[in-house]
Design a protein around this ligand. Structure first.
Ligand code: UD1
Length: 377
């Protein structure tokens, strides 16, 4: 098949990196980058690091409000799709680039394949929820990562074209985590970033969601970080440029023992998770990665689409929202200070993450323009 892949943000570049080898072996793949993420730290670095081919088309559409950004993407994608005349358009996840790719294709009658179909937070205030609901309802192929995602689609009356394929990011994490588990990897990162950190004696954090960029939310999570950061257990915060701007605009200063670093490439981010005492994040990708690595993860949200990772007391992730006491309690329970260095060392040494084959399943399902077999009726 001739396929156009539409991506634009950092997590989508990671997903494409996992799918591209199988896709390019089996199909003609035209790779379009909307440019939603444009900083080198957010996008550029990922190409070399993940062996990703350069996009065939870079649209250079970043910044702006949601409607403005999505609208400009639609305007740019329509002539491109008319010209390329693909058999299918693949979109990934739940960003504005996903919405634009799905909408532009569907309006032209081109079948859409949605990777990470069926995820729901059941919170329509999140821009991502709107994007994923629309993309799912426009798609011919719905590649669901989990049984819960298949069930969500069935609840909305979508069963045709649904395939449970597993999680693309899992396969990449399996490959790369094996390369970053040695203690020397963390030492090299610490030296490059000029960080005084060692295995199990720091917390790794990211915050980027729109709902965590309001002044009230930023005041709450900075106070939470202050409560859990210690001189000998700093919080290492890889700061999204959008969050950095929001903090500056609200004149919020980060507390002591919170060390800000630039957003990191995939390998470094995975290594910083694996060797941390615990992770604090509002990112769905990092929540899953830390679960696969077995690292305690405090999710700075009240809901999650990845319900499997927060299943109970034995699960590695837990929703704490922006609740300080819950964060202290969960870190003390899951990564007690006296044990966290040993825990992290043992975790890295014993790590075994085996690839599950999501990329192969997706590529194989795209063999004809007909939707695949129906499941989960
Ligand atoms: C987007 C996705 C979100 C995803 C996240 C991953 C939507 C609605 N949101 O959020 O689902 O989890 O990507 O990171 O699509 N900015 C820069 N440089 C960049 C990119 C962004 O400075 O390279 C700043 C700009 O001020 C921009 C703001 O961040 O306006 C927000 O960026 P945007 O791409 O709209 O959304 P994200 O917050 O990155």
């Amino acid at each position: 098949m001739r396929i156009v892949s539409v991506v634009g943000t950092r997590p989508q570049l990671i997903k494409v990196a996992a799918l591209q080898p199988a896709l390019r072996r089996d199909h003609e793949d035209i790779f379009v980058d909307t440019g939603q993420h444009y900083d080198d730290a957010m996008a550029g670095n990922f190409f070399a690091e993940l062996g990703l081919a350069r996009p065939d088309h870079s649209l250079g559409i970043g910044g702006g409000g949601h409607g403005d950004q999505t609208g400009r993407m639609l305007i740019a994608l329509e002539p491109l799709l008319l010209d390329a005349s693909p058999d299918a358009v693949i979109v990934y996840g739940d960003t504005n680039s996903t919405l634009a790719g799905a909408l532009a294709a569907a309006k032209l009658g081109i079948p859409v394949a949605h990777v990470e179909a069926g995820l729901r937070s059941f919170d329509r205030r999140m821009p991502e929820e709107i994007n994923r609901v629309v993309a799912d309802h426009l798609s011919t192929w719905l590649f669901a990562p989990t049984p819960a995602a298949v069930a969500n689609l069935a609840t909305e009356g979508i069963t045709a074209g649904v395939l449970e394929v597993g999680d693309l990011m899992f396969d990449l994490a399996a490959r790369i985590s094996a390369e970053v588990r040695g203690p020397a990897v963390l030492a090299a990162i610490a030296s490059r970033l000029n960080l005084a950190i060692s295995t199990g004696r720091y917390l790794f954090a990211t915050v980027h969601r729109a709902e965590n960029r309001s002044p009230e939310a930023m005041a709450a999570w900075t106070a939470l970080f202050e409560a859990v950061a210690l001189p000998d257990r700093p919080v290492v915060l890889a700061l999204h440029p959008g969050t950095r701007i929001a903090l500056e605009t609200a004149h919020i200063v980060l507390p002591p023992n919170v060390i800000v670093i630039e957003p990191q490439g995939y390998r470094t981010s995975l290594a910083l998770q694996l060797h941390a005492a615990a992770v604090l994040t509002d990112s769905g990708g990092i929540q899953r990665e830390s679960a696969w690595l077995g690292v305690p993860c405090l999710v700075l949200r009240d809901t999650t689409e990845w319900v499997e990772t927060v299943g109970g007391p034995d699960s590695s992730a837990v929703l704490v929202g922006l609740d300080r006491s819950a964060a202290i309690r969960e870190i003390d329970a899951r990564a007690p200070q006296g044990q966290s260095a040993r825990q992290a060392t043992d975790r890295a040494a014993g790590l075994r993450v085996v690839q599950a084959g999501a990329a192969e399943r997706i590529s194989a399902a795209l063999v004809s323009a007909e939707p695949p077999v129906e499941v989960g009726t």
